[in-house]
Every structure is written in structure tokens, then in C-alpha cells.
Design a binder for this molecule. Structure first.
Ligand SMILES: [Mn+2]
Length: 489
């Protein structure tokens, strides 16, 4: 159950998320702490001096596109022509692959950003074609590492860069910083931070340590950005300041969000509510989003959920996300005889299986679930405790502001309050699509809103609510407002 919260206990809880305190840009480690950074820098400087042909190879997600853009902006700034490729996921596959090689023939030096650490075969082809290869990536290393001129990846054992959870664009930013020093050119690294902050958030890096410092600096720069797309977004949303949640929910997701919504909708239509573990199979769903879709469906149905899709190799491949206390890993671990590949932990799994094994797998999963005598306790991991209305104050808001930006690794605190009475409620919005509440708890009244809700409640009802708190600025007044997530009668 949830512990009662006060100002002090909330402060302790938030503080515990930042064991080394808040870092600033002054705390950024030097570029040379990356293994191979100096070697890669020297090779690129040499290539520039000898007027060699350089090609940047990026990737199609936000981090990959951002990393490519950073590199291209840098070479533009120093007035050196480079080629760049962002592979098409469906035609070319992921990052540097054999399919890309014919397109980069004639290149003297290829530089990957946000990819390449698993490109063993493509690296071999580069070598055969006389292309020097510099890999910059942030992903985990497979047992076999490609052969390259230099590999910058903080997850290598020999790398002394102290933070393992950084994204591809941050590595690209570091490479640029290193090149700037080596070439002794004057460029403003803060301008590059704008795009880096978008990539950190989009690639779901924890908003802790240097990531927090870089996101704060980057979003601050973004609010004053001269980039047309950012200016247009600010104008359209009537905002003067951009924060990390704007980036996470509006700026970063672009087309991925549409794909996600589309697949989530299709998956929801296939859910068999009689089952305790939901298993859904899609035709040709984008492998990159099935994990997020599984999380969405699990949340909506309040049950663990596995989403599978037909992969190119003929297998069914997918992701599972648990809900509440359920050990999804344990449940699926007992189905290994039907699985090709399987891995993960209690809350999240990845798996693949033969089509022929699907029905047997589905049955076994339900059986294992029942055997585990899993008592369903609905625990939302973002809820930090039980808050009494008497503790909701402007001081509490001020405290929470100090721990911004919220997001991955530092979720915005969500609260639960019980024995709350609905004093009044109205619909609001153009089509009455939102709900506005007045709640009262032990004589203390709070205003709340619940977006996109057609649920029916009555005034006088006793409810339990989960919510976050923020300040509402309206016509010159500032009020405290509950952003309601769930109302349970
Ligand atoms: Mn990435």
C-alpha cells in the first residue's frame, strides 16, 4: 500500500533520485575520456587535411537523425563537404549494413553515428573496399565486435567515460567538441545542444547525471532557437518556454506516435478479456514500437501483455510488459519449450517463437499465470505515496520544480488521495471532452481536471483519485490544480 506523504518525505524521495547531486555542464567529462576519441579525431583531421571523401551513416529514429544532423551542421560550419546517409528502415535495414556499401563506394572515411556496433559484416566489406571506418554508437556490444579504425562507444569495457546511459547524439556532440578543439575552430557548442536535448528525451535516456544538465541547457536554448521548425512549434502551441515534457509528448514522437497509436488501436481490438495474460499477434507491425504498444495495452487492460509480430525471418517476434506485481519473466520462463529466443526481467521481456508453437504457448502462459497464484495488486510505479489535501501547497510545487525536468528515470511524482468527495463537476473543452472537478477532503477543497474523459460521475460521490499537481495560470491568477489520472469510485 502507499505510504502517507508530507513535504519532507517527498523531498527525501526526490533527493534519493540524485545521489551525486545535480550536475551542471561544468561537470561534463572531457572528450578524451572516451576510448578511441583521440584516435578518431586525429583520423578525421587528417581526412580534412587531405581532402578525403567523408560519409556519415546515421539511423532513422530521432537519435539517429539528430546525430547525423549534428555532424552535417558541424562540417557545414567548417565548410567541408561531406555525404550523409540515413538508411530507410524497410529498404536498407538498420544503420550500417551490407545494403549501404554500394552507395558509399569511393568514400575514404565512413563515420557511423548512433549505430554500427553490431555491423560486423558491413565493417568487413568496408575494409575490403578500402574504406576506413569510425564507429560511434551508444548501444550494447554483441560478443563479436566489428573491426574498425576506431570505435567510440561508452559501453566498451576499456572506455573510461563514466556514464553508460547516454544516447548517440551525445556521442556525436562529444566528437564535434573534440574536433573543434583539434581544429582550433570557433563554434558554439550550445547551439548543438538544442538537438542533443531532443535526442536524449526521444531515445528515453534517464534524465539524471549529465543528461539532466544537457537537457536543461538544451531546452533553454531551444526556447530561443532560430530553427524554423522549433519557432513554428512554439508559435503553434502558443508557448514561450519549451520543457522536456513538450519534447517527449509533442516534438519527438512525430510519425512514430501515429504508428504507435494505430497499432495500439488494432491490438486493443484483438484483446481477449477472458485471458489473464494478454497475447496479441499482428501481421506486419513495426518491430520498433511493439514494446511501447505492449506497455499501453497492459496499462489499459491492467493485465500483463505480450505483443507479437511477423518478423522478416519468419518467426513471430515481440515484446511483453507486465502490470502491477506480476512476474511476467517468471511466467514466460516456464514456456521455454515453445520459444526460440527469450530474455528480459520481471517487468519486460523480449521473445520469438515459431508460428506453429503459438497456440501451445498461449495456453501455457495462462496456466503458468494461474499456478503462480499471482494476487492482483494494481500498483502504478509512478505513484510516490498517499497525499492528504492539507499537504498540497505552493511550497510543494516549488519543491517539485527543483527536480525538473521530469521524464525517463525521474518520473513526475504522482499522488493518490482516498476518501475524497466530488463536490462539483462539469465538462469543458470544445466538445465537452474534458472533465473539471471540485474535490473536497476533510473540508479542504481542490480543483482538478481530467483530460479526454467521458466517464460519468456524480457530485457527492466518495472516490479515490490519482494525480499530479501543477500551477494553473489563468487571467492573471495562479491556482493549484490537480491533473487527474484516475478516479475510482
Ligand atoms: Mn540511439
Amino acid at each position: 500500500m502507499y505510504k502517507p506523504l508530507t513535504f519532507t518525505t517527498l523531498e527525501t524521495l526526490l533527493n534519493a533520485r540524485f545521489k551525486e547531486g545535480f550536475l551542471s555542464l561544468k561537470d561534463l567529462p572531457q572528450p578524451s575520456t572516451f576510448k578511441d576519441m583521440d584516435r578518431a579525431t586525429a583520423r578525421i583531421v587528417e581526412a580534412i587535411k587531405n581532402k578525403e571523401k567523408i560519409t556519415i551513416i546515421g539511423d532513422y529514429d530521432v537519435d539517429g537523425v539528430t546525430s547525423t544532423t549534428l555532424m552535417k551542421l558541424f562540417f557545414d560550419e567548417i565548410d567541408y563537404p561531406v555525404e550523409w546517409i540515413i538508411p530507410n528502415r524497410f529498404r536498407d535495414g538498420y544503420g550500417l549494413s551490407a545494403n549501404i556499401i554500394p552507395r558509399i563506394l569511393g568514400t575514404d572515411l565512413a563515420i557511423t553515428v548512433d549505430n554500427g556496433i553490431s555491423a560486423v559484416y558491413a565493417a568487413k566489406l568496408c575494409k575490403e573496399e578500402g574504406i576506413d571506418l569510425i564507429i560511434t554508437d551508444h548501444h550494447l556490444l554483441a560478443p563479436e565486435v566489428p573491426e574498425a579504425y576506431a570505435i567510440i562507444d561508452q559501453k566498451q569495457e576499456a572506455c573510461e567515460f563514466p556514464y553508460t546511459e547516454v544516447c548517440g547524439a551525445q556521442i556525436a556532440w562529444y566528437l564535434i567538441a573534440s574536433l573543434k578543439n583539434a581544429l582550433n575552430v570557433k563554434i558554439n557548442m550550445m547551439e548543438y545542444m538544442e538537438l542533443v536535448s531532443i535526442a536524449i528525451i526521444a531515445d528515453m535516456m534517464p534524465l539524471q547525471h549529465i543528461n539532466r544538465a544537457m537537457v536543461i541547457a538544451g531546452t533553454k536554448a531551444l526556447s530561443k532557437s532560430t530553427k524554423p521548425a522549433i519557432k513554428a512549434y512554439l508559435e503553434h502551441s502558443q508557448k514561450t518556454i519549451l520543457n522536456s515534457e513538450d519534447i517527449a509528448f509533442f516534438l519527438a514522437p512525430t510519425s512514430r506516435k501515429a504508428t504507435e497509436q494505430d497499432i495500439t488501436q488494432k491490438a486493443m481490438q484483438q484483446v481477449d478479456h477472458n485471458n489473464e495474460v494478454i497475447v496479441v499477434v499482428g501481421e506486419a507491425w513495426h518491430e520498433g514500437v511493439v514494446g511501447i504498444v505492449a506497455a499501453r495495452v497492459a496499462r489499459a487492460c491492467e493485465k500483463p501483455c505480450i505483443i507479437l509480430t511477423q518478423s522478416e525471418e519468419g518467426f513471430l517476434k515481440g515484446s511483453g510488459r507486465s502490470f502491477g506485481e506480476c512476474d511476467l519473466f517468471g511466467i514466460v520462463d516456464g514456456c521455454r519449450e515453445y520459444l526460440e529466443k527469450f530474455g528480459g526481467h520481471q517487468a519486460a521481456i523480449g521473445l520469438s517463437l515459431e508460428k506453429e508453437s503459438l497456440e501451445a504457448f498461449k495456453m501455457q502462459v495462462q496456466k503458468n499465470f494461474a499456478k503462480a497464484k499471482y494476487i492482483k495488486e494494481i500498483i502504478d510505479p509512478d505513484i510516490v505515496g498517499d497525499l492528504h489535501f492539507s499537504n498540497i501547497s505552493f511550497d510543494l510545487i516549488t519543491l517539485m520544480k527543483q527536480y525538473e525536468p521530469y521524464g525517463q528515470g525521474n518520473p513526475r511524482p504522482k499522488f493518490i488521495s482516498r476518501n475524497v468527495e466530488i463536490l462539483q463537476l462539469d465538462s469543458m473543452g470544445k466538445e465537452g471532452e474534458h472533465l473539471r472537478f471540485s474535490f473536497v477532503q476533510d473540508g479542504i477543497v481542490m480543483q482538478g481536471v481530467k483530460f479526454k474523459s467521458k466517464e460519468m460521475f456524480k457530485s457527492g460521490q466518495k472516490v479515490t483519485i490519482t494525480y499530479t499537481v501543477n500551477e494553473n495560470h489563468f487571467r492573471g491568477n495562479v491556482n493549484l490544480q490537480l491533473m487527474v489520472d484516475k478516479v475510482t469510485v
